[in-house]
Design a protein around this ligand. Structure first.
Ligand SMILES: *Cc1c(COP(=O)(O)O)cnc(C)c1O
Length: 233
C-alpha cells in the first residue's frame, strides 16, 4: 500500500502511458484530484506532492476546504449543483464542470455578474442515458450552448464534462468516450461566441486510461490517489 506520493506518481505514469499509446502528449491531459470526503491534511499532502487542481462535489465542502487551503490550487466543482448554492461558491471555484440546464446557467451568469466575474464552466453530458443520472443528453447540447452564447455574458463555456456508466471493464465504456469526443468536436465546430471548446473532462479512477485514449483532456481522479490511505486512517 503506497502513500499519496506513490499513488500520485503511479497515476501520472498511467496517464503518460495512455497518452503516448495513442500518440498524444501527456501534458495535454490535466489531472484533477477529486477530494470529496478526504481530510484536509491529506489534500495538503497531495498539493505538496504536486497536485494543482482539486475537485469537490458539494458546495459546503468546497467552501470549508477553500477556507483552509486558499487559492494556491485551482478549484473545480464536479457535482450536481443546485441553483440556491450557486451564490455561495461564485468567487471560490475556478471551473464549474456540471452545468446541465439553462436555468442553472442563468443563475451562474447572474451571480457572476453581481461578483463582477466571468465564470468558466463546462456543460455536463450524460452519455450513458441512464435514468436518474445528471447531465444533458447529447442531443440537447447544441441548444444549450447556443442559448448560453446568445443570452449570457458573465460565463464562458470551456468544454464538456461526462461521466461514463460504471462498468467493471473499462473497455465497455470506450464507445461512450468516443461518442463524447465526437460531440466535443461538433460543439467546437459551432464556433459560438463565448464558447471555447478546449476541455473534455472525462475519465475517473476505473476508466481514465480508456478516456485518455479516446481524447480526454482532463481526468478526475479520487480513489486511485486517496482511497487506500483514507481507509487505513
Ligand atoms: C467522485 C467523483 C470522481 C472521482 O471518482 P473516483 O472513481 O474516485 O476516481 C470524478 N468525478 C466526479 C463527478 C465525482 O463525483
Amino acid at each position: 500500500m503506497g502513500g499519496i506520493v506513490e499513488n500520485l506518481e503511479q497515476v501520472k505514469q498511467r496517464i503518460k502511458r495512455a497518452a503516448l499509446k495513442v500518440g498524444r502528449q501527456p501534458s495535454e491531459v490535466r489531472l484533477v484530484a477529486v477530494t470529496k470526503n478526504v481530510p484536509v491534511a491529506l489534500v495538503e499532502q497531495a498539493i505538496k506532492a504536486g497536485v494543482a487542481d482539486i475537485g469537490e462535489n458539494r458546495a459546503k465542502e468546497v467552501l470549508e476546504k477553500h477556507s483552509l487551503i486558499g487559492d494556491k490550487v485551482n478549484w473545480h466543482f464536479v457535482g450536481h449543483l443546485q441553483r440556491n448554492k450557486v451564490k455561495s461558491i461564485i468567487g471560490f471555484v475556478d471551473l464549474i464542470q456540471s452545468v446541465d440546464s439553462l436555468r442553472l446557467a442563468g443563475e451562474i451568469d447572474r451571480q457572476a455578474a453581481r461578483a463582477g466575474k466571468i465564470q468558466d464552466v463546462l456543460v455536463e453530458v450524460s452519455i450513458s442515458g441512464e435514468a436518474g443520472k445528471y447531465g444533458l443528453s447529447p442531443s440537447e447540447v447544441e441548444k444549450l450552448l447556443t442559448d448560453i452564447s446568445r443570452q449570457f455574458r458573465h460565463m464562458k463555456v470551456r468544454g464538456l464534462m461526462a461521466m461514463a456508466p460504471l462498468e467493471k471493464d473499462p473497455e465497455e465504456v470506450r464507445p461512450f468516450f468516443s461518442q463524447m469526443k465526437t460531440l466535443f468536436e461538433e460543439s467546437r465546430a459551432l464556433n459560438l461566441t463565448g464558447v471555447e471548446m478546449e476541455m473534455l473532462s472525462m475519465g475517473m479512477s476505473n476508466d481514465f486510461e480508456t478516456a485518455i485514449e479516446e481524447g480526454s483532456t482532463m481526468v478526475r481522479i479520487g480513489t486511485a490517489i486517496f482511497q487506500q490511505i483514507a481507509d487505513s486512517l
